[in-house]
Design a protein around this ligand. Sequence first.
Ligand SMILES: [Zn+2]
Length: 343
Amino acid sequence: MPADLDKLVELQAVDAELAQLKARLAAVPETLKRIDAQLASARQRVEDARAAIKNGESQKRKHEQEIKSLNEQIEKFRSQSSSIKNNEQYKALLSEIAHAEGEIGLHEEKIIEVMLKADALQAQLTAAESALKAETTVINQQKAEAEKEAETDRAGIAQAQARSAVLRKDVDDTLLANYDRILRSRGRALAEVIDHRCTACQVMLRPQVLSNLRNGQEVVHCDSCGRILYYIPDHNVTKVAAGTGIAHQAEREWMFIPSMGTSGAFAVFINHKGNATMKAYDALTGEAIARRVEKNAVCQAIFADEMRDARNLFVDEAALEEKYKEQLPPEVLDDLRHQLPKP
Ligand SMILES: [Zn+2]
């Protein structure tokens, strides 16, 4: 690995941790707000229950007031009875008294209703108060936890920032500027190469790029995504030795080979079950012009000559070459040609 690159690898890890801590810390006010809102709604339920009880009490007083004034009216009617002169007046007076007594009865019924409701409201208030008490305890705990986590995150951020500053001082300015530029546009500036591929964009590396990278003399960028590439031999050795997954999966890469066909060829290279296959189509006509299968080989080695000046292409469809065995259709040719630089 070129000097400084290992420091950049660490810097990327520190920067990623820093971003994660900052995002977590930024979410804390939102958490506290949600917790407060929860508590406010428990408080509101208590307030509502108290208001309903108060309202009931005032209704009861109103009815009692009405009863009092009706009783006074009845008293007044009775006191008038001595001055009554005829039967008709007497009947009218009795009817007034009966009416007032009827009204009193209605108000008394209302008072009973209010009192029955008051019992239910009191039970509601008690429940709301004990819920508020329990929630307050839980919420205070949650708040304390959130604040403690925020404190830990702040400390982590300070630590990561300090480490980042130390690493940045040690890295060459041009390389660092490059790192920052790619970081801004891509989110991650470095990509590890495993099994001939850039692990960020999954594009297979040309043999020349891979060999430059392995030599470790210079900083190598991915042809496809532009990230700074690094290579850790151990990670590749284990993969090959373990022989899991990757080896059983078809590895497929489309490339443009300028030196093949009348004016270049679109070719697919496939590593599958230990065999290396190359299938090429004329870039002008789309006609299949070559197919080679080599047993117990990998494309990067056996087709190194063909791949030397090749350029990577992006092909979305998985097994394009199996679908179009003899001839690539015009729309596929168009799409591939569009990926080439203008002559
Ligand atoms: Zn890449």
